[in-house]
Every structure is written in C-alpha cells, then in structure tokens.
Design a protein around this ligand. Structure first.
Ligand SMILES: NC(=O)c1ccc[n+]([C@@H]2O[C@H](COP(=O)([O-])OP(=O)(O)OC[C@H]3O[C@@H](n4cnc5c(N)ncnc54)[C@H](OP(=O)(O)O)[C@@H]3O)[C@@H](O)[C@H]2O)c1
Length: 362
C-alpha cells in the first residue's frame, strides 16, 4: 500500500504521552496536519503543552477527546486521515478479551474512515525479549525483529507478570491480520526499547518508567527494579522513536506486517546511568543517589548469573537502519536532555553537593 502523502493528515493516539507528544511535535515540524487524541482535551495539566505548539493556533493541530475504552470513539476523528500513529496505552494488558475488543473497534474506525492507508502500531521490545524462563535468552540470544518470546511456556501468564508482553504481541497480530484482510491499509509495528530523552510536559515525568527513574535518581534514591532483574537499560532516544514512527508512515520500503525494533543498541546498567549524570553535567553539582535493590534474596543470589545472561544478548538494529535510514542519538545525549528537561520542564529539585544550587529562570 502507498505511504501517506507529505503534508497529509495523521491521527495520533496517546498524544499527551511521552512518545506521542514527540510524534505530534515532529509531525508538525515536517508540515503534517495532526489530530491529537487524548483522553480529556480539557485536562490542561496534560494538554497545555500540545495547545502551546504553534500549529494549534492555525488549527493545523487539533485536539480530540477519545477514551479508547469507548467503542467508536475514533469514528469521526479518523475520517479524512491518511495515517494513524497508535501510541496509546490501553487500560489493561492482562485481559486478552479486552485487548481484542479495543483493537477491533480501532480497526473498525480505520476501515470506516475509507481514507487511512497506513497505521503504525506501537508495540514494545517486551514483545521481543520478555521471557518467563531466562534460559530462553541463552538459547536464543539474538534480539531482532523475527524473535518473539517463547509463547509455549505454560508459565507465560499475566499472573506471572507477562501480561504486557502477551497483550503487545496479540495487538501486533490483530492489526496485521486486519490490514491484510482490508487490502486497503497497512499495519506497521514499531517495537521501541527503553525511551530516554526530554519530557515536553511536567506530567510526563511520572511515567516512562525510564524518565521517572532518572527523576528518582535526581531526588536521591533509585531502584534496581525498573525492568527484568538486573537487566541493563536497552536504550533509545524518545525523539528517535518519534522519528521512526513518522518514517514508517512515509516509507515506501515497508508493507503490511512489517515489524521494526527501535533501539540504538546502546546498553547501560542502572547504576552507570546514575553515575552518568555527574559525568555529563559536573556544573550541576549532583550529589549522587542511593541504589535500592528490592529483589528477594533468592534473586539477589543470582545477580551475577542474570547479569551474564543479559550481557550475552546481541541487540540488532540493522533492519530499521537499512529500511528507514535511521541514525540514533547517543545515550549520553538522551540522559543529558532528560535531566535538563526534568529540572526545567518538570520542576524537579535535584539533590546537590554543598555550595551548588539550580539558578532561577527568571
Ligand atoms: N516509554 C517507553 O520506554 C516505551 C517502551 C516500549 C514501548 N512503549 C509503548 O509506547 C507507547 C507510548 O508510551 P509512552 O511512554 O509515551 O506512554 P505514556 O507517557 O504513559 O502515554 C501513554 C498515553 O496513553 C494514553 N492512554 C492510556 N489509556 C488510555 C485509554 N483508555 N484511552 C485513551 N488513551 C489512553 C494516556 O492518555 P492521557 O494522557 O490522555 O490520559 C497517555 O498519555 C505505549 O503503547 C507503550 O507501551 C513505550
């Protein structure tokens, strides 16, 4: 199917979110018309940053309230759109029936629009790497687009924490099947890794979880328990993920069912992320932070083994680089810009060494 036309109209679900906000901003920068979907247009804490974007004044950017738990909420919004970037979370990933229902009604709105010819579905590396049995990563350590978690493992259940991964794999398939069946639009999947980079609105510091974890570092105490036990962060800059979404809408080298992982392949342990703050911005005078390890003794005893399993994984991004000509920022740049935005946009007050203070803006 054809890519979307340059300057066409794109609906973005999850526009108030960390990645969605950047997709809106970059689409506007590139000359597109954007229908930003949020749950509540009048929730200024979440939407003021969108309304402050220049395209809002000319109505090139419009905001729309849509709770995806309501069937048909996108019917009117998608009419006349060429593309949809579906970045929104859902209310729960643990209920397969619910995930199916939500996908189905979004697909119905795409079909009924009669104008949408491409949908980018935001999945996650959790749909690539999240294993119930860590030995599966030893058996299949190459982390690339054709890899899925071991779906035959009987312990792969929401009750054991696999709901997010299961829900994301399911949504990927439902959209690809629907694109195929329609014969009129393509579903392209983006699997982003751990997003680091600047927040655009203060409320975004509470989510992530990556930017939120950097916030906790700045406040003096952070946790080992952000991802699978002792996994280093597998990072990507949020601006690069947004750029990848737009290139997936624009590219004539992708077709229905394409799946691309968005990561730079740079990895770093959480304690080294924290140490990077002072290394990159010594002028700030960051006092450092205490690492809390919340894992039970049984898991702590396996720390060296688990770290070795992660270190043995091979992260690949050759497919997205070749297909979309992507160039990824360094993690240092992402950490620097994340920290500076947390302080200036998020109003975070970092713990500082004696004699240092954050200069006031006014
Ligand atoms: N951040 C990462 O590192 C990362 C990594 C891999 C994959 N992803 C995927 O990327 C997507 C965006 O992530 P993000 O970090 O930008 O998330 P985020 O900042 O938490 O934003 C997600 C947005 O989803 C919206 N949302 C949640 N439930 C909704 C509902 N029932 N109806 C309508 N909207 C709903 C929220 O809208 P409102 O604010 O309007 O309420 C929120 O702004 C997600 O699908 C996530 O799984 C993220």
């Amino acid at each position: 199917m054809a890519p979307i036309p340059k300057g066409g109209t794109v609906a973005v679900t999850g526009s108030a979110g960390f990645i969605g906000g950047w997709v809106v901003r970059l689409l506007l920068d590139k000359g597109y018309r954007v229908r930003a979907c949020v749950r509540d247009v009048d929730d200024d804490k979440k939407t003021a940053f969108l309304k402050a974007m220049p395209g809002y004044a000319t109505r090139r950017l419009t905001l729309h309230s849509a709770n995806l738990d309501d069937d048909g909420c996108f019917d009117e919004i998608f009419k006349g759109c060429h593309g949809v970037a579906h970045l929104s979370h859902v209310s729960t990933y643990d209920d397969e029936g619910y995930v199916r229902r939500v996908c189905d009604h979004i697909i119905k709105s795409v079909n009924e629009s009669a104008t949408v010819n491409r949908v980018v579905v935001t999945s996650s590396i959790a749909a690539v790497i999240s294993e119930q049995d860590m030995q599966e990563l030893v058996r299949r350590p190459v982390l690339y687009e054709d890899r899925y978690p071991d779906e035959q493992n009987p312990k792969r259940t929401p009750e054991r924490g696999q709901g997010y991964s299961i829900g994301k794999v399911l949504a990927e398939r439902i959209f690809s099947d629907a694109g195929e069946e329609s014969g009129r639009w393509d579903a392209i999947t983006c699997c982003p890794a751990d997003n680091v980079g600047p927040i655009l609105s203060a409320h975004q510091k509470n989510f992530g979880p990556w930017q939120h974890n950097i916030e906790t570092m700045l406040l003096g105490e952070y946790s080992q328990n952000v991802v699978g036990a002792y996994r280093p962060w597998f990072t990507v800059d949020v601006r690069d993920v947004a750029e990848a979404h737009i290139r997936m809408l624009e590219s004539d080298r992708v077709g229905n069912g394409e799946r691309l992982i968005a990561w730079s392949t740079e990895t770093r342990n959480v304690e080294d992320i924290c140490a990077s703050i002072d290394r990159l911005m010594p002028e700030l005078g960051f006092a450092g932070a205490t690492l809390v390890d919340p894992f039970p003794e049984k898991i702590q005893a396996r720390e060296a083994e688990l770290r070795a399993i992660w270190a043995g994984c091979e992260l690949r991004n050759d497919r997205i680089v070749a297909t979309l000509d992507m160039d990824f920022r360094t993690l240092d740049e992402s950490i620097r810009d994340c920290v500076e935005s947390l302080i200036t946009v998020g109003n975070v007050k970092p713990v500082l060494k004696p004699g240092f203070e954050v200069p006031s803006a006014g």
